[in-house]
Design a protein around this ligand. Structure first.
Ligand SMILES: [Zn+2]
Ligand SMILES: [Zn+2]
Length: 213
């Protein structure tokens, strides 16, 4: 099945290895996606562990489970950031045209950043061989911002949570710190014949609307 975070990958190739602890997210966006999938699958231990240490203080798995009770998280949209879209023009050839553009630009921006980082030793070699000075090394940032909208049902109503979140690296791992909610959070009406918010290209009534309860 398609991953809960609405990426183009399956759950076992996307968020599941992070939630199981087999792999660690290599970007803030991956962490955010995996936390959404953890909410969707009620893995509250993972939610707790992926907060920054400061925010973990005073939180418990029980608190998290309680606050999420009654909500069915069913779709996620990651909004393109300025940073991501500027890198995107470089790596556009990696983008699959079938996916939702807002999701693609950020996902592929990650791929792009990785590609650039991986390519560095090669470019160094090339530069050396033509005896030009080496350009400044690419360093990975320790803080990042991701803007997203998450959709959920509660008591048969549809809600959206639109947040811009702050992430930091602690002990080499991405962690969620906090976020700012946008004014459009809350109950929403979404047309049953509109394309589903999950990006499936199906009508809402034939897709995620069936998960309402
Ligand atoms: Zn995922
Ligand atoms: Zn859907």
């Amino acid at each position: 099945m398609r991953c809960y975070c609405c990426s183009s990958k399956s759950f076992d190739e996307c968020c599941e290895p992070f939630i199981k602890g087999d792999k660690h997210p290599s970007s803030a966006e991956q962490l955010m996606r995996s936390r959404f999938s953890a909410y969707a699958t009620a893995h509250y231990q993972y939610i707790l562990e992926t907060y920054t240490k400061e925010k973990q203080q005073g939180l418990s798995v029980e608190d998290l489970a309680q606050s999420a009770q009654g909500a069915t998280w069913f779709a996620l949209k990651v909004h393109p950031t300025l940073a991501a879209s500027s890198v995107d023009s470089l790596v556009g050839n990696l983008v699959s045209s079938t996916e939702d553009s807002s999701i693609d630009s950020t996902v592929h921006a990650d791929a792009k950043v990785e590609a650039v980082t991986n390519a560095e030793p090669i470019s160094k070699t090339n530069l050396k061989s033509i005896s030009k000075p080496i350009t400044k090394p690419i360093t990975k940032p320790n803080n990042a911002i991701v803007e997203f909208t998450a959709y959920y049902f509660e008591n048969k109503s549809m809600y959206q949570l639109h947040e811009t979140s702050n992430f930091s690296v602690e002990d080499g791992k991405w962690r969620y710190h906090d976020g700012v909610l946008h004014d459009d959070c809350g109950k929403i009406k979404y047309g049953r014949n509109l394309p589903c918010v999950c990006g499936s290209n199906k009508k809402f009534k034939q897709c995620c609307a069936t998960k309402s309860r």
